[in-house]
Design a binder for this molecule. Structure first.
Ligand code: DX5
Ligand code: ZN
Length: 217
């Protein structure tokens, strides 16, 4: 089953809890939380206290995308605060295997994120241990950017790698996903589609309903 994961980066931060609940009431199971440190990516977004504040308001799956240098420094606390899936950038981890094992030892689902230009071969030795691979379809750091076309082929290749190994690892795609391209991206093999501006800009309920309709076609 294909799912959307609304990214709260594009929500209205003055009413963040309400926006999250509106998305959940529209039927989403995932909430995507973009933690940015101003080092790995230029912008600072939000961090642990925001995750902790949102946790009690919903049972939705908290999918925490850490755009942070050496994210292992924060994994234990983010796990404690109630993240369900923690994804870390391969480009930000000196010891990727260690961080993946750290996430799993906290009892959380582990994901690795690849920037657009990072080859799939980087996953060779960790793929068997992962619950999710997140392919960036924009250069990370900002919402509202345009989907990079060559990611279609990258998704297809990753789908093939996962299927050939008989794994159940989910493929998530993040950046520039909207109502016009979500179906095509899902057909390339993505399971979880992150939608920031396409979900939260304008009428949230209508946006999510339209995005989900595309996935049910
Ligand atoms: C970008 C973030 C995304 C962002 C997506 O670096 O990782 O999750 O919120 O926003 P849209 O869907 O607007 O491209
Ligand atoms: Zn993200």
């Amino acid at each position: 089953m294909k799912m959307i994961a609304p990214s709260i980066l594009s929500a209205d931060f003055t009413r963040l809890g309400e926006d999250v609940l509106t998305a959940v009431r529209a039927g989403v199971r995932y909430i995507h939380l973009d933690v940015m440190d101003g080092m790995f990516v230029p912008q600072i977004s939000f961090g642990n206290p925001v995750i902790g504040s949102l946790r009690p308001i919903t049972d939705a799956i908290f999918d925490v995308h850490m755009m942070v240098e050496e994210p292992g420094r924060y994994v234990d606390e983010i796990a404690e605060l109630g993240a369900d899936i923690i994804t870390v950038h391969t480009e930000a981890c000196t010891h990727l295997d260690r961080v993946v094992q750290q996430i799993k030892s906290c009892g959380k689902k582990a994901g690795v994120v690849l920037n657009p230009a990072t080859p799939l071969e980087t996953l060779e030795y960790v793929l068997d241990d992962l619950d999710m691979v997140l392919l960036m379809s924009v250069n990370p750091g900002y919402g509202g950017q345009k989907y990079i076309p060559y990611i279609d082929e990258k998704i297809r290749r990753l789908r093939k790698m996962i299927d050939e190994k008989g794994l159940s690892t989910l493929i998530e795609v993040d950046g520039g996903v909207n109502v016009s391209n979500i179906r095509r991206i899902a057909d390339c093999g993505a399971d979880v589609l992150v939608c920031g501006s396409a979900a939260f800009k304008g009428d949230i309920t209508r946006n999510i309903t339209e995005l989900q309709e595309q996935l049910m076609k």
